[in-house]
Structures are given as structure tokens and as C-alpha cells.
Design a binder for this molecule. Sequence first.
Ligand code: FAD
Length: 379
Amino acid sequence: MVADVLVVGAGIVGCSVAYHLAKLGCRDVIVLERDTVGSGSTGVCAGGIRQQFSSEINIRLSIESLNFLKHLEEETGRDPELRQHGYLILATDEGQLEAFRRNVELQRSLGVEVDILSPEEAKRLVTGLNIEDVLGATYCPSDGYADPHSVVQGLAEAARRLGVKILQGTEVGGIKVEGDRVAGVVTDDGELHAPVVVNAAGPWAGAVAKMAGLDLPVRPSRRHIFSTEPVFSSPDPFPMVVDFGNGFWFRREGPCIIFGMRNPEEPEGFDTTVDWDFLAGPLAEAACRRIPFVADLGIRGGRAGLHLDTPDKNAILGPSELEGFYLACGFSGHGFMHAPAVGRVLAELMLSGSTELDIFPLSPGRFRGKQPAGEEYFI
Ligand SMILES: Cc1cc2nc3c(=O)[nH]c(=O)nc-3n(C[C@H](O)[C@H](O)[C@H](O)COP(=O)(O)OP(=O)(O)OC[C@H]3O[C@@H](n4cnc5c(N)ncnc54)[C@H](O)[C@@H]3O)c2cc1C
């Protein structure tokens, strides 16, 4: 089989790239997915969308993606269930507060409405929030969350209507290289030929890059989301709350609270079993400190998925050193919120060789030589 473009991975990133390619007129696109659409990190994720980042490129990707989601239903027929209840980010030391002031200036200069709040103002937004150790916070009311399942299925369905083929249950086991350029992929169902291949394999992008002889500086590791039993009887929303220092976060999901936190002890790997000891230890401690009333709540369930982190916590986006082989991976905890814009940017880059966004800070070649500044909002 021959195509113009092959995309490895039908998560939110692969589906967005395929949709935008087709929308721009490149319809001979095949997406190869070893499992089902959205079955990787996308299917596990919390759906958070924030414009509060420390770099211009990440803020711009969020702004564009949020606008895209507001029109997703017109564009794809699927309601993304976008809820703009805001993100409240808490600082517990002077250094964090100083960084917040600097970053808020940048965010505002790009048109994001974000406020710096006193601890008391933060507490007014979230009943039961413990602000004992909080020095200040930032609050962006237009941040929020959407339903990852609806968004990824919407993009996949719209891509299919434009002619894209999505081959589920098809694993890529090799990348075909001819001379100094990519020539296709080898799957468990045979070979496919194309002059362009996109690595959108999410946490497994390092392994797919290796098939093309490339060594990506990426690290997969497990992240959790737990849910309390129902606690709210009124519909009053409150923002997604993030403890900037330790990465503990929580938000409302229907009548329950969902929450998680990065684990600094988490080893590199692909384990997605739920670590109940982590919940009972450091996570419970962080949760009970920030929202003490959760101590009395039962846990309804938990799930775990994978992040793919890079050394500077920024994604890897653009052409690799192998001609025709593109990378769209390493999105850490912000791949869902950036995927709509990433798909558009990468599709333009592949079809016309340029895009108006300056994506140099995400370029695959940036790790050679002097390391660029990293993303400070690593949640
Ligand atoms: C617990 C948790 C919470 C998160 N919360 C948020 C959040 O609130 N907001 C946010 O923006 N991001 C969040 N993220 C991150 C987000 O989920 C990811 O950045 C995003 O889903 C990455 O999308 P993707 O398409 O690159 O990867 P994936 O969704 O993992 O898709 C990659 C696909 O590639 C397929 N694949 C891999 N290898 C092969 C192969 N060899 N052949 C064929 N197919 C292959 C996989 O089966 C998979 O379906 C969270 C992640 C986790 C784990």
C-alpha cells in the first residue's frame, strides 16, 4: 500500500495531525494504531487546558487549541464538553511567586487574562482550601478542561470523513529507510510505503524513533488520577487547583473530586498498574494538607497512564534528521491541551515547509549544544 503520509499512533496528537493534513488538502493519509483510537495516554488524561505557561510557544499553542475546542462541534460534530472553570495555581515560596509575576506578564502580553491573587482571594474560589502556607496564586478564568474521549473521537471521525484511513489493531514494528530518507513502515500486517512518516506514538515515541535509527532524549513514566466518592450535591463549579511546588492538583468531576501528583521517585518505564502505596503515602499527605476535608472521603477508584518527558519539559515537534520523518512527541502533561494547534502547525510545516508560529523552542535539534530554557510549569 502507498500513501502520501503515514502517522504512527491514533492518540490526540496523531488524530489532530491527520485531520489537519486532510483539511489542508492532503487526503492520502493513513494512521496506524496498534490498539484503538485514544487508547494510549489520551484515554487516561485529565483533560486539563491551561494557558499558564512560562514560554511564548506553549502559551500560543494553548490559546489556539482552546479556540479550536470552542468550535470543535461545528468542525467535527462532537461536543468537547469544554468547561472553562479556570485554573488556580498556588505558590508556597517567594521564588515561585517571583516566577509567577514574570510569567503573568508574558501571558498577559499574549492576550491571556490572568490575575495574581492573595491567599484569601484564592480561598474564596475554593471552599475548604487550606492556605496556611500559600503566599499567593495565579488565576486564569478561561482555563478549564474538556473530555479527551469526545475530542479524540471527533478529530478521528472528521479525519475519516475527509478521506483519512485509520487502521486500528495495526502495530508498526519497523521504519523503512532508503538512503538518507524515510520510505515507509513495516507493520504486523505488511509494508506500507510513503515519503513522509510522523511519529505520534506518545509514550512509545522513543521506541518508534529507534526503529528509524534515532535516539530521542525522552523518558516515559507513570502518572495517576484518583477519584473520591461523591462529595458535592450542588452544581457550583470551582477551578482546577495546582500546588506549583509539588505538582499536586485537584478538580471537581461531577459530584466527586479527582486528583493526582507527580512522584519524584517514579522510575522510568511503561508500568501502568495503580500504585496504591503512592496514594496512601505522599499523595494522601499532599491532598490532606491542601484540602483537609478529603481525609474523611472514601476513594472510588484510580487509574494510571504515561507521560513522556524531555529534559526541558517541552515537546519535540518538527522534522528529524532523517528526511521525511517527523516527530510530534514528548508532550509531558500538556499533550491534550496542545494537540489541536500542534496538528495544524505540523500539517502546515509538512505541506508548505513553514508555519507562522516560531516552534524553534520545540525543534528536535535543540538538544545539540547549549540547552534551551525549560518549561517551568511542569505539572
Ligand atoms: C494521568 C495523566 C493525566 C494527564 N492529564 C493531562 C491534562 O490534564 N492535560 C493535558 O493536556 N495532558 C494531560 N496528560 C498528558 C496527555 O495525556 C498526553 O500528553 C497526550 O495524551 C499525548 O497524546 P499522544 O497522541 O501523543 O499519545 P497517546 O494518546 O499515548 O497516543 C499514542 C498512540 O500510539 C500508539 N502506538 C504506540 N506505538 C505504536 C506502534 N509501534 N504502532 C502503532 N501504534 C502505536 C498507542 O497505542 C497510542 O494509542 C495526562 C497524562 C496522564 C498519564
